[in-house]
Design a binder for this molecule. Structure first.
Ligand code: ADP
Ligand code: MG
Length: 341
């Protein structure tokens, strides 16, 4: 494949090259790329702002993460944070630190992923910054979104007796990562084997090409359900429910047998001899929505196929508990990230 050194275009040439076909989709974007600032107009609406910094070797591994997927995922994780406030992402800025290892074509790949995500979720790319890096690749994306007065959902407003709900299924992205790490180790020791991914597409996609749950926000709005609290699951269910409980000064009971888990995730956990509940509770990178609703919404919420009720909010004195299949209670632990050996 052709390799164009970034030096042949220079910083301004590269920015121009990457951004020339970008067109604006949202009326709140008054000025996009090309001046000292982007100009936004959220007349009457609340503005939501979130940012994420991703470093090569810390947050992603380019031996199995294609650059296009990396671009897509970097945008998605930001959109997910805006949906987690019950908002709509509208603009992003993209800042890149690029080492000499990367060519113009490489950066184009990243941008094609970012633009794919922007097109799918109706977001404008309105600016950024580009600089050289000595060590590796760095991507920082800031997302700006809109929220309606009175409809923004925070973490600190869960109430005793509320139902705890989660979208989609859990632990798949984590098991996908375990699989990729295993195949990477295998490839490092012998060069003539092909990675064995057959039947495992779902967990790989969950790791490499996650989606943000715009659809859940729309479903809840359509059914007139305003969650009492909400967070997106980036570090694992345990860690996120503990954030809600701590911020809201409440406790919780989560039921192990209610955790939504896909069968590919389950079979992969078995193959790795891992505890399935641990993968679902602590895996991370699910980008599902975790939220609470008042108890009287039970009828409505339990009929939504994409949503599972997994427990309920309690008084703070009861603590944050996991109720296992055999009825034992354990205090939830925020294990965060557990790396494979
Ligand atoms: P400044 O000197 O004010 O930082 P730049 O020359 O870095 O301006 O950027 C010029 C324009 O290009 C600005 O609108 C900026 O937002 C945009 N831009 C710079 N880098 C990127 C990037 N990686 N992606 C998208 N837009 C970018
Ligand atoms: Mg700049």
């Amino acid at each position: 494949m052709a390799r164009t050194e970034i030096a042949t275009l220079g910083e301004f040439g590269l920015i121009e090259h990457l951004t020339k076909q970008i067109s604006i989709k949202n009326s709140s974007t008054k000025k996009g790329i090309g001046d000292d600032c982007a100009v936004l107009d959220y007349s009457g609406k609340k503005t939501l702002v979130t940012t994420d910094l991703l470093l090569e070797g810390i947050h992603f591994d380019l031996t199995y993460m294609p650059l296009k997927h990396l671009g897509y995922k970097s945008a998605i994780v930001n959109f997910s944070d805006v949906y987690a406030m019950n908002g709509q992402p509208k603009q992003i800025t993209v800042s890149l630190g690029i080492s000499k290892r990367f060519s113009v074509e490489d950066i184009e790949e990243i941008y094609s992923g970012i633009q794919l995500a922007c097109d799918k979720y109706g977001v404008d790319l309105v600016g950024g910054d580009t600089t050289s890096s000595l060590t590796g690749l760095m991507i920082s994306i800031t997302c700006i979104g809109e929220g309606e007065e009175g409809k923004i959902v925070y973490r600190n407003t869960a109430k005793n007796t509320d139902l705890i709900c989660v979208s989609g299924d859990l632990g798949a992205a984590y098991m996908g990562l375990q699989l990729l790490e295993r195949e990477k180790c295998v490839l490092a020791t012998s060069s003539d084997v092909q990675p064995d991914f057959a039947g495992k597409e779902y967990i790989l996609e969950r790791q490499l090409k996650p989606e943000a749950r715009k659809d859940i926000i729309e479903i809840l709005a359509k059914k007139n359900i305003l969650p009492t609290s909400m967070i997106d699951i980036s570090d694992g269910l345990s860690s996120e429910i503990m954030h809600i409980c701590k911020e809201s000064n409440v406790g919780c009971r989560i039921y192990e047998d209610k955790l939504p888990i896909d069968y590919v995730t389950a079979s992969m956990a078995e193959e790795f001899n891992m505890n399935l509940a641990t993968a679902a509770l602590n895996g991370g990178e699910d980008y599902e929505l975790l939220f609470t609703v008042p108890l009287d919404q039970y009828e409505t919420v339990s009929k939504i196929p994409e949503i599972r009720i997994i427990g309920h909010i309690t008084e703070p004195k009861f603590g944050t508990l996991l109720v296992t299949r055999d009825g034992q209670e354990f205090t939830l632990k925020a294990q965060g990230w557990v790396h494979c050996k």
